[in-house]
Design a protein around this ligand. Sequence first.
Ligand code: 1GP
Length: 235
Amino acid sequence: MAVAWAQWNHVTKVDPDKALHDEDSYADIVDTGTDAIIVGGTTNVTEARVQSILDALSAVEIPIFVEPTYRPSSHTEALSGYLLPIVLNADDTLWITGAHHEWIRLSDLEWESVHPEAYIVLNPASAVATYTQADCDLDVDDVVAYVELAEQILGQQIVYLEYSGTLGDPDVVAAVQDTLSSAQLFYGGGIHDYESAYRMANVADTVIVGDVLHEAGIEAVEETVRGAKDGQNES
Ligand code: 1GP
């Protein structure tokens, strides 16, 4: 069976710590044409906040995954599964195996719905870089080496270049894409319009937008979906 994310060109990430724009509703996200929704963030992500978003998305038919930063106790019907970040360049090992170990120890997991993502955090000014104490002082060879480590040593199926809050360097993303043999490349960070989505979809398999949903709203997300689809077709 193909993995859930094989056909994702565009994903919208909902941060439980941020409000939606104007009159937007969570259910409106589907109208943008995005392929999937990830619920996750770095600060103030509680099970109650995630649950209320999942409730608002209960009638939605695209896949919905949660990136857990809390210990989930129940598996909601609306949920397709969990995407579990492993931050490869974190200095704080809590974000490599520590939180995961605790989560596994305390939870009764259904393993078929838990999928790891090998994150490489690349914007030193982001909250995720601060929290994980990520070493973002990496040149392209360093990043590529992390990517090989992820795929060839750790057997990861998803590599996530996380530039959260800023648009990354397309040359670095392209170098990573060239390095991967079969893992899927997720790119996230700073995508805010057609052009930026197009550019990154040219070099990544899946582009992820976050802030644009909360700051500019559904129509802006829709523009990024069009950019991602066109960029993907061109690549
Ligand atoms: C954040 O990669 C996502 O985890 C998206 O980044 O918020 O900058 O769009 P932005």
